[in-house]
Design a protein around this ligand. Sequence first.
Ligand code: SAH
Length: 380
Amino acid sequence: MSPARPPSRDAVAAPPVPLTLAGRRGKPPRHLADLDLAGRRAAVADLGEPSFRAVQLSKHFFGRYTEHPDDMTDLPRTSRAALAGALLPALLTAERELACDDGTTRKTLWRAFDGALVESVLMRYPDRVTMCVSSQAGCGMACPFCATGQAGLTRNLSTAEIVRQVVAGARVLADGQIPGGPGRVSNVVFMGMGEPLANYANVVNAVRRLTEPVPDGMGISQRSVTVSTVGLVPAIGKLAAEGLSVTLAVSLHAPDDELRDTLVPVNRRWQVAEVLDAAWDYAAVTGRRVSIEYALIKDINDQAWRADLLGSLLAGRLAHVNLIPLNPTPGSKWTASRPAAQREFVRRLESHGVPVTVRDTRGREIDGACGQLAASARPS
Ligand code: SAH
């Protein structure tokens, strides 16, 4: 893969730049999770080490969730620091941890090399553990009900910065730090900060790293990975052609363009009919049922007629609706629907034969529920 980096133009004049200042260059340091195994072998060879060390390092990171040279007793002591330094740089530092649900929901605020803040959430259920990860610092989609959307986009996360959030969850689970005994991450949802399909290449690369078996990646099942999007139609088409069996979630939130133009502003570019067509193409190509996300907002999008319209759009399709009681965000006048309105919404969708689930609101007390992640608004 890439040969040793050429000296940068200012290398002569400038003193060595610590990694923390590398942000000026805008790119997180290279990490083995950014590379496929062939790329890792080449990078290791560039360091003058035998290329099988790439497999050893990969097993430490993806299989044992460690980045510490001291843990790598199968590597010669003299090479450990150089290998780890070059391929396992510190990418994210936990700035704050918040837990609720008796410790089975845990949100981490991460600080990246350039100070960018992102959040991830671990949710342990009786039958699975889901990691909700961020794909961008901030978000450029500006949905008015979403906390992340209010501050705008800071930058895309690298592949390794995304993967690292899951590895961190895997580590605390393996260590038995989450009530319920040692466990594994079974599911990953791209429902943290950011619009995953606006960071397409890094997100798809991250999906590959998460789902390839050790030592290539973490070995999570593709079917247990969900990519959630506002509906970037060309990118949905591209994702369908990747040959991945990940679940697509489409954040619809309104069945009509008039309302969706305001709730999901990118709708002015790709309207409901186009977004749903892309979703049905995705379902046809992958055989995967599409998840239609719909945050129920009192008196805004929860009317019975909208339930009927949504039901008629989805009837007979390979889709199910995931209703999310709105998680109120600071400063917003919007609240969750009344229970009766929610029940009626469910009933009407079901009467069209559309499967419906109502999402639980895990993590609400720690601002870790959907749409509440807004790290940059709360610097510590
Ligand atoms: N940008 C992607 C993924 C991140 S958000 C997307 O929009 O799909 C994950 C889900 O949470 C989306 O369905 C989003 O619309 C929803 N969401 C955002 N803010 C919310 C809020 N305040 N209450 C409930 N759901 C919210």
